[in-house]
Design a protein around this ligand. Structure first.
Ligand SMILES: [Zn+2]
Length: 319
């Protein structure tokens, strides 16, 4: 059981006000918004990050494996250029993944300010994802408040790069519990990297999604997104968690569309809680538009396709 006695159920005045926004919209207007957004496509997993923070070894891996490195640099520098690219690819909204991982990648808590500033170019299309790291915080309560003030709309935990198990709050890492409680109380989803990582220094034992079973039990209102569905080692575990827990969702990013149905042959059973994502510019994802076209060509029903491309994300991040 998580430790008791925390007073962490604050609702920041500046936190996401989706519920209240909906309350101000009349029923007829809401119907219009719904029709307008029913085809709105969200890529829930794009890495737009401060490249200057990369450690040399991590940056070297990026440079050597990406032929389009100049494009990556340009998009990370200029939200205008990236928004144009999204339009060209047919993507309406993108969730911009950032996380704190000083040891493996080099990212510090400054990534939060970076992404908060970046999305101001168009907050309807650009959705910020930030992070905290239990080991790299002097005052976790203050840092969580800061995240809320920045209006971060998702938190990323990357166990193989942050070198922790998602359920380490059971072993004394109370900072994790504070992060989870704050996210739960404020309706902010948390995305967990699940599956392997080839970055130098990454430790893959932390990528097994089974440790999220505890988190889903202990924080039943927290929306938990499984990035990459445990690929390529733990898809069965991921599928089990998705079916067991109402609060667990699947982000298909990083899974090549042509192998998606091999990894998840019963995808239609979990389509109502599955999100489209690419993991651009991850290995094997040179172009978002190509990935989207390949996903569209899969033998899925129109309902399932629409749900994954659009519906689930609209429920998690309403317009
Ligand atoms: Zn990623």
């Amino acid at each position: 059981m998580p430790a008791r006695g925390f007073r962490l159920f604050w609702k920041s005045a500046t936190s996401i006000g989706q519920g209240s926004e909906r309350a101000h919209v009349g029923r007829r207007d809401w119907g219009k918004i719904r029709r307008r957004t029913s085809t709105m496509i969200t890529d829930c997993h794009i890495h737009i990050s401060p490249l200057h923070m990369f450690k040399p070894a991590a940056l070297e891996l990026m440079r050597s494996k990406r032929s389009n490195y100049a494009e990556i640099e340009e998009f990370c520098r200029s939200p205008k250029s990236f928004l144009k690219y999204m339009d060209d690819c047919g993507i309406d909204r993108a969730v911009l993944i950032n996380y704190v991982a000083p040891e493996v990648i080099g990212f510090t808590t400054d990534v939060n300010q970076f992404v908060a500033d970046y999305v101001t170019e168009n907050p309807k299309k650009l959705i910020s994802c930030g992070s905290l790291h239990p080991k790299y915080t002097q005052n976790i309560m203050a840092d969580v408040e800061h995240l809320l003030r920045l209006q971060i709309r998702m938190i990323k935990i990357h166990p193989p790069h942050q070198l922790l198990f998602p359920n380490d709050y059971l072993n004394g890492v109370t900072e994790l519990e504070i992060i989870y409680r704050a996210a739960e109380a404020n309706g902010i989803p948390i995305m967990f990297h699940t599956g392997t990582s080839i970055f130098p220094g990454a430790r893959n034992k932390y990528g097994d999604p089974i440790y999220l079973d505890d988190v889903a039990v202990d924080f039943p209102k927290l929306k938990i997104l499984l990035a990459h569905g445990g690929r390529p080692l733990w898809m069965h575990t991921a599928f089990f968690l998705l079916r067991r827990h109402p609060n667990v969702y699947l982000d298909i990013s990083g899974i090549p569309p042509k192998t998606l149905l091999t990894y998840f042959p019963r995808l239609d059973e979990i389509a109502h809680k599955t999100l489209f994502g690419t993991d651009w510019p991850g290995p094997g994802v040179p172009d978002v538009g190509k990935n989207l076209r390949e996903f569209r060509s899969l033998p899925l029903s129109e309902h399932v396709r629409q749900r994954i491309l659009s519906g689930t994300a609209l429920e998690i991040w309403p317009v």
